[in-house]
Design a protein around this ligand. Structure first.
Ligand SMILES: *[C@@H]1O[C@H](CO)[C@@H](O)[C@H](O)[C@H]1NC(C)=O
Ligand SMILES: [Fe+2]
Length: 147
């Protein structure tokens, strides 16, 4: 199977991530009317309190995990007929390195796992004191060096 370059996929997914976050979070809508304004407000908020922002994202991601769980449950209950027999889109197969016969359900599981990881990382960063060492810095460095 031919795969689109990973850098391109990453860019696409980042945009999609921001968009989907704005969709599945009611919190977001009560905060701002447009993604553009949300991003600028978040930027300012991050400048004022990085810890608050990481906690905020942590809770948002927690909601995302719940949303995908509901989604998977609905799929299993037969409430999402259009996805039941749908194969995973090629772009998703490439990005998450899923097996060739992956279905939409596998994509949902992969996204949920990602969001769970985001939740973990952002809550951890949000609970740290400025003097503490970022526990993820080592794994990030080794990731860049060895893969
Ligand atoms: C939360 O943390 C992860 C690191 O795992 C990061 O890539 C992600 O963009 C952060 N924010 C959101 C909204 O997921
Ligand atoms: Fe996320």
């Amino acid at each position: 199977m031919k795969c689109v370059p990973r850098a391109f996929l990453l860019t696409l997914l980042t945009f999609w991530h921001i968009l989907s976050l704005s969709c599945h979070s009611q919190t977001y809508w009560s905060f701002s009317p447009s993604p553009g304004l949300f991003v600028s407000m978040f930027w300012i908020a991050y400048f004022l309190s990085p810890r608050f922002c990481h906690k905020f994202v942590g809770y948002l991601e927690e909601e995302a995990v719940k949303t995908y769980t509901h989604c998977i449950e609905s799929l299993d209950k037969g409430e999402l007929k259009m996805w039941e027999n749908t194969k995973a889109p090629q772009i998703a197969v490439c990005y998450w390195r899923l097996p060739g016969d992956a279905m939409m359900r596998d994509v949902l599981l992969a996204i949920r796992a990602d969001e769970g990881h985001h939740r973990e990382v952002n809550h951890t960063l949000g609970s740290m004191r400025p003097s503490e060492t970022n526990p993820f810095s080592w794994s990030m460095t080794s990731h860049h060096q060895y893969t």
